[in-house]
Design a protein around this ligand. Structure first.
Ligand code: TSB
Ligand code: ZN
Length: 583
């Protein structure tokens, strides 16, 4: 989906359309007061004070009609530059604009744009005439606190988008519709994959049997891969003493993202937000020689983070998550090779899942934010330059983003876009010189001296939660065979004549660990066939007279109209091959 802000022409057009919206609202609601109307990735919005009135969809239609009328009139848009004093005078009845004007530094030029009977304070630039804004769509309206502060008044935020041509607008609206259809929350409900409940709370999802099956397969898949690459998996507790996080530095730099402490008698416990501290202790538990390194400790590990209730989103952003986590303890001379191995593992996994739309991001600290990031310039510079060097040498394209690092070090994040346009991190690989210091980790080097290892934190699938959200949106719920909750659905044409043989087929497949369902409901064949498709089951087997008499099966692949016939043996062989290859 296009990011409107990244296209100069579309930015100007959408910003002009926000003014057109404000003008129409002013016509229909003369008492309306306007706050700001910026361009966003999805188009534009305008925050409007309607004195407590909540706009309905019918209102949006009326506003839209008025906008069309104004656009048709085709008034020119004029720019005017005025002094602060004149601006204060001109907008004296509009407290929000006065607020903006007062924030202008003395002496700076203030510009206004006028179209017909409407003038708005604006830096510009704008298109020449309101006529250019005629291909727009108002998308929705929502409440938004003035200045984003929940102590303030709720304003009406109207969202819209504008294009140069009707065709471009329609194409964009089609994409939006498709994105809505792909939203993992919608598909998750339709396919019974996961659910939330208000009695459990925001950001706390329950994986239903279908979703749990997919997750179990993902867990097996990634664990097998990691074991082959020399990882050792552990289990560690989800709780720890607050002291652990004081040692690690989480207490100073990550406390706001954690659930509050549980105080019992003279103990203080906390739910862990990350697994690194536990893994540091596992490393420290034994003496290590330089020859033992790298040591790779992996865990499929539940973590708890106090995400804002407004920010949680289906499985994409949750408060309890399960990381596909590992910490690699390496010698400084092994950083390059181990980071490369992690990057290659990411690329290998992406190939298996056919993930092609992603970007590598080098996430750096914000030097001025000493609260969020551990304060040691030298350590940061070393870690950042090491990671940058490895990436450059690997020939990986990446962009840099300040303020996105972990508190303990810079990260190489893989960014993807969700269906509804969220930019989120899927995989991550992080370089850390700090935690080995804080936990006083050592190994014995080739000269028999104590030396400090470096830690690489990495999560390939990220969390199973977020990966599942991504996978649902990528596949639209039509999982590959090896992941499908139900792999084969058997439909007897007529229960009276074909059920017995159908049951036999089911038992045979089930005994070979194929996930199979027998649809023996007294419904029409066509209904059951449609139902099988809507549940996105990869193979639908049909058992009728021919199949029963010849002792074979006929099947239809998801999304196909043709039916193939095979002996049960051949069918099984084909399934095994496809499952094994995880194609
Ligand atoms: C990789 N200590 C490291 C670990 O060793 C760590 O915790 N890194 S992290 O903070 O970046 O989290 C790892 C991954 O978890 C992220 O890359 C992201 O894919 C996923 N993730 C983070 N927050 C959430 C959340 N609230 N919901 C779902 N997944 C999340
Ligand atoms: Zn970690």
């Amino acid at each position: 989906m296009i990011d409107i802000r990244k296209d100069e022409r579309l930015s100007i057009l959408n910003h002009s359309c926000a003014h057109l919206l404000a003008q129409a609202v002013k016509h229909l609601y003369p008492k309306a007061k306007f706050w700001v109307g910026p361009v966003i990735a999805e188009g534009f919005y305008y925050d409007i004070d309607l004195d407590g009135y909540t706009l309905t969809n019918e209102d949006l239609e009326k506003i839209s009609k008025e906008m069309k009328k104004i656009a048709k009139d085709g008034k020119r848009i004029y720019r005017e530059e005025i002094s602060k004093e004149d601006a204060l005078n001109k907008f004296k009845d509009d407290p929000y604009k006065i607020d903006i004007i007062n924030e202008f530094p003395e002496g700076e030029v203030i510009s206004c744009y006028t179209q017909g009977d409407f003038t708005d304070l604006c830096r510009g630039p704008h298109v020449d005439s309101v006529k250019e804004c005629k291909n727009f769509k108002l998308l929705k309206v929502a409440g938004a606190y003035y200045k984003g502060d929940s102590n303030n008044k709720v304003l009406q935020r109207i969202y819209g988008v504008c294009f140069d041509s009707k065709e471009e607008l329609e194409h964009h609206l089609c994409l939006l519709e498709e994105a809505k259809e792909r939203d993992h929350r919608k598909i998750g409900k339709e396919l019974d994959l996961f659910m939330g409940h208000e009695l459990v709370g925001p950001g706390l999802q329950m994986w239903l049997p279908n979703g749990a099956t997919v997750r179990y397969e993902l867990e097996k898949y990634i664990k097998e891969k990691e074991v082959k690459l020399g990882y050792n998996h552990v289990y560690t507790p989800y709780l720890a003493s607050t002291e652990l996080y004081k040692v690690s530095g989480h207490w100073d730099h990550y406390k706001d993202d954690m659930f509050p402490t549980m105080k019992l008698d003279n103990e203080e416990l906390v739910l862990r937000p990350m697994n690194c501290p536990h893994h540091m202790l596992i490393y420290k538990h034994k003496l290590h020689s330089y020859r033992d390194l790298p040591i790779r400790i992996g865990e499929l590990a539940p973590d708890f983070r106090y995400e804002a209730s407004g920010a949680v989103c289906g499985l994409e952003r949750v408060r309890q998550m399960c990381q596909n986590d590992a910490h690699l303890f390496v010698r400084p001379d092994q950083i390059k090779e181990e980071v490369s191995n992690v990057v290659n593992l990411i690329l290998d996994v992406y190939k298996d899942f056919n993930i092609t739309d992603y970007e590598f991001r080098l996430s750096l600290r914000d030097k001025n934010n000493t609260e969020k990031y551990f304060d040691d310039d030298k350590m940061w510079e070393k870690a950042e330059s090491e990671l940058r060097k490895v990436l450059t040498e690997l020939g990986i394209d990446f962009y840099e983003a300040e303020g996105e690092a972990a508190f303990y070090g810079p990260k190489l994040d893989v960014q993807i876009k969700s269906a509804i346009g969220h930019d989120v991190t899927l995989s991550t690989c992080q370089l850390d010189f700090l935690l080995p210091e804080r936990f006083d980790l050592t190994y014995i080097d080739a000269n028999g001296q104590k030396a400090r290892p470096v830690v690489i934190h990495r999560a390939i699938l990220g969390t199973f939660d977020r990966f599942m959200a991504f996978l649902i949106e990528e596949t639209k719920g039509a999982f590959p065979l090896w992941l499908s909750p139900v792999q084969v659905n058997i439909i007897p044409v007529n229960n009276e004549y074909h059920l017995k043989y159908a049951q036999k087929v089911m038992e045979k497949l089930a005994s070979q660990n194929i996930r199979v369902n027998l649809d023996d409901r007294d419904e029409k064949l066509s209904y059951k066939m449609r139902d099988s498709q809507s549940h996105k089951i990869p193979y639908t087997v049909i058992i009728g007279d021919k199949e029963k008499d010849n002792k074979n099966i006929s099947y239809r692949l998801f999304g196909h109209r043709e039916t193939e016939t095979k002996s049960l043996k051949e069918f099984e062989k084909m399934l095994f091959k496809e499952i094994k290859e995880r194609g």
